[in-house]
Design a protein around this ligand. Structure first.
Ligand code: ARG
Length: 286
């Protein structure tokens, strides 16, 4: 809304100042559009009007900080969200969020924190959305709203190569490593007892603890599991699915406006193949 308005105001300024000489006119048009577009009047007014038009449908969208789409996440969950060696965020969720923000005409801001904190941020109105490979569950639906699903996940079991654990049934009585606040933690503590489940800050720590022999296995989503195994020789993924789930974006409870706007954007990204292209970039088909 803010951005659409200011663009329109700037475009109006260009028109009203056009008669006032070149200095004023070029100052106004460089505000209206990017420097390249500002070099030509025709280009700058075209850019301004098409951007304003594409934002009319989301003109009512109010976010935590005007003009921004704040995403809380836990960027230790490859290939959905992680950081490069130089500290940039990357991954399926990151690129999808960027594409959504572009469609909504908002600037994406990524706030990285622990997973349980990322879920809370959206409930406390500190973030507009949590996008972190979040599984839709009934409990979470009581405290936040979810968009349509954009991916599926499977809770999987990582063990040492010589482990005697061969299936979910063998987990009884074992020490299970998980990431705090995740469905892996919740299911395992329900099924095998809280005292048998250890919750670590993130999946990688859980995997390191498996390497050290502190736990007998790690229960985590299959896509990160594959990445952790590739990076840690001596570990393997069991060929059994513990729980199948779907991932969606969480927004504040009752924030139908934002949920609907994201759903529209998601639908377009699915229909035009953008989402699949992002997934294919990070997950190679088997
Ligand atoms: N899908 C699981 C859940 O929702 C784990 C997600 C963990 N995501 C992360 N970025 N660490 O509980």
């Amino acid at each position: 809304m803010k951005k659409a308005l200011s663009l329109m105001t700037a475009a109006a300024l260009v028109l009203s100042l056009a008669a006032c000489g070149s200095t004023a006119s070029s100052a106004a048009s460089s505000e209206a559009a990017s420097p390249e577009a500002a070099s030509s009047d025709a280009a700058s007014s075209e850019a301004a009007s098409s951007e304003a038009a594409s934002e009319t449908e989301t003109a009512e969208l109010s976010t935590v900080e005007p003009g921004k789409l704040i995403m809380s996440t836990n960027a230790a969950f490859p290939p959905y969200e992680m950081t490069t060696d130089s500290g940039e965020f990357e991954g399926i969720d990151i690129e999808t969020a960027q594409a959504i923000a572009d469609k909504l005409g908002l600037e994406l801001q990524i706030d990285d924190m622990d997973f349980d904190a990322a879920l809370l941020a959206v409930q406390q109105g500190k973030a507009d959305m949590v996008m972190a490979g979040v599984t839709v569950t009934d409990e979470r639906q009581n405290v936040m709203d979810f968009t349509d699903s954009y991916a599926t996940g499977i809770q999987s079991i990582i063990v040492k190569e010589d482990s005697d654990i061969a299936s979910v049934d063998d987990l009884a009585g074992k020490k299970i490593g998980t990431q705090r606040g995740t469905t892996g933690y919740l299911y395992c503590s329900d099924d095998f007892g809280d005292e048998n489940v250890v919750a670590y800050d993130n999946g990688l720590t859980a995997v390191q603890m498996l390497n050290n022999g502190q736990v007998d296995c790690v229960v985590i989503d299959n896509a990160p599991a594959k990445e952790f195994i590739a990076a840690n020789p001596g570990l393997k993924l069991l060929d059994t699915a513990y729980v199948e789930e779907s991932y969606a974006i969480g927004v504040g409870k009752g924030n139908t406006e934002l949920k609907d706007a994201i759903n529209t954007a998601l639908e377009e990204l699915k229909a035009d193949g953008t989402l699949q292209a992002i997934v294919d970039k990070y997950i190679t088909a088997e």
